[in-house]
Design a protein around this ligand. Structure first.
Ligand code: ADP
Length: 136
């Protein structure tokens, strides 16, 4: 059983989030930490300067409420974490910080999933120090 499970969620593709949380429930033990993570992608400063004030903070808040709603709907206790940065680097960073022993990630390009892993999933699989489970 895994003690600390990180479940990165891409809010643009949430159809796999329930099965991912279900896998975390099955592979976790009583008292395991399960963390849902969304990474809000950073935009280059020259673009950020052109955006209306507060829009990036609003985007983080929206992500937090969406993940909280997911966490509330889950049958198990899960924590919610929002970070900003590059998705795969930030997923690996949080996994290291937390001391995660399993990352559960999805791969969902319709029609391609039997052949390819998406770029985030592939990079996490390649570079993670812990086990990674890919939900299809
Ligand atoms: P695909 O190319 O198959 O659509 P990606 O490799 O982009 O997939 O994403 C696969 C998985 O990577 C997502 O289901 C999610 O688990 C994780 N992921 C991608 N982007 C993010 C993000 N911004 N925040 C958290 N997790 C992400």
């Amino acid at each position: 059983m895994y003690k600390s499970i990180l479940v990165p969620i891409d809010l643009a593709n949430i159809e796999k989030s329930k099965p991912m949380i279900e896998v975390a429930r099955k592979l976790g033990a009583e008292g395991s930490r399960i963390i849902l993570l969304n990474v809000v992608e950073e935009v280059p400063s020259w673009i950020a300067n052109e955006l209306p004030a507060g829009i990036l903070e609003k985007s983080s808040q929206t992500s937090r409420s969406e993940l909280k709603a997911m966490a509330n709907a889950a049958v198990i206790k899960v924590e919610v974490e929002i970070r900003s940065g590059h998705p795969y680097k930030t997923i690996l960073l949080v996994a290291d910080e937390v001391g995660t022993d399993l990352i559960i990630i999805a791969s969902h390009k319709p029609g391609l999933q039997d052949y390819f892993l998406g770029s985030t999933a592939a990079r996490v699989v390649r570079h993670a120090k812990c086990s990674v489970l890919v939900v299809r």
